[in-house]
Write a protein that binds this ligand. Sequence first.
Ligand SMILES: *[C@@H]1O[C@H](CO)[C@@H](O)[C@H](O)[C@H]1NC(C)=O
Ligand SMILES: *[C@@H]1O[C@H](CO)[C@@H](O)[C@H](O)[C@H]1NC(C)=O
Ligand SMILES: *[C@@H]1O[C@H](CO)[C@@H](O)[C@H](O)[C@H]1NC(C)=O
Length: 383
Amino acid sequence: MKLSILLACIGIVLATRHCHDDPEPPQTYVFSNTRSSGPVQTNWTPKYSACHHASEPLDKPRVMPQPNTTAWSKWHFDAVNQNNPNESIAFTFVLGTEYALPKEGSKTGLVTVNVMFSFADGTTKEVKIDSGEGEAGKVVFQTTQYGSTATWGNTGTRWSGNGLADFPTYAVEIESEEHGIHGTLELVSTSTGRYPCVTVPYLSENTTLQTLSGLGWTNQIPAAKAIAHFTIRSDERRKSTTLNFDNGLGYHDYLFGDRPYFSAVKLWQWGHALVTSSSSTASYSLIWFQAADIASKTFTGVYVEEVGKDAEAQCADGDNELLKLEDNDAGTYVKIRIGSDLTVDLVIKKQEVRPGRWVGPALATIEGSEWTGTGVVETLKSH
Ligand SMILES: *[C@@H]1O[C@H](CO)[C@@H](O)[C@H](O)[C@H]1NC(C)=O
Ligand SMILES: *[C@@H]1O[C@H](CO)[C@@H](O)[C@H](O)[C@H]1NC(C)=O
Ligand SMILES: *[C@@H]1O[C@H](CO)[C@@H](O)[C@H](O)[C@H]1NC(C)=O
């Protein structure tokens, strides 16, 4: 551990001894499935506590009173079977129009959910379920102390997060007769939450959630154990496929913006991985992003956690040593250099799930030893 980090930790321990945690009381938000214009409030500031604790749920909604036709919010959950990365699941719950979020946004209203499954044989199933009009179509969103629960109108989807602990448990459920999809994804967090460039204990009055101008990001669950049980009716064969695994790698974050996604972002590349040592039970959870704003200015961020031990998060502007990404037909190469004391070289084999998204086996060299695991990589580009 670097001396500066050690000193910072001692500082945190001292500051924590005499502090008073003041978590946000539970709140209920209702978002109607109707479009509106006029300005909305976007809250880019995390709630800061002298206790160096999260004093709010990291995935609470931050576009108020609700997104208009150009602002947006999306809550993302994903999971991949570590025993066979061909099997993966992604849920993206959206409050936003198709104009604000091409492909993912709602065609007619504001409330929609995108669901994707990929199967062992390499096939995929993707559906987008728009919520209905009126009362039935509205989202009811409740925050608990450190987590959230939401019912996504009448799409047949919801999530519930027990937010009482540093390591929350979330369940994402779907019951859709129309699409023949039923099941639950359970995430048991193994990492504490993080903001884009900082882990919770290092929050300060200067922390902003604005990762690049007009785009905010929080990461409630950087890594989780994921358990999946789904049955999915297959359209062609008229029979059901099941997707079951209990050794998954899970993830959950929240992104939001005050302008259409591609008015803030030209290129967004990100990914996450979990790798385990071949000679011990130690593992590393890794998250990275590299983005270009509409002026082509680049921003980079990395998060490296030795699971159950230390976590480091850092961001940088422009060309830098912190993160180098390289892509070819075989895979994505990720080089992370945090300060002078931690080096990660990671490669994620390219098994494309859909254009711009792949999930595959990961191989890492960290501090000279070999680590293996699973990774998820995504690229979003404006046209
Ligand atoms: C939506 O809200 C944002 C942020 O206040 C504002 O800049 C934008 O003009 C609004 N959009 C519309 C269509 O009113
Ligand atoms: C994963 O899917 C690919 C096709 O995309 C297939 O070639 C490969 O054998 C599958 N892997 C496993 C472990 O089933
Ligand atoms: C926050 O920013 C102010 C003004 O730039 C600076 O003086 C202060 O040291 C910063 N605080 C922390 C904790 O970084």
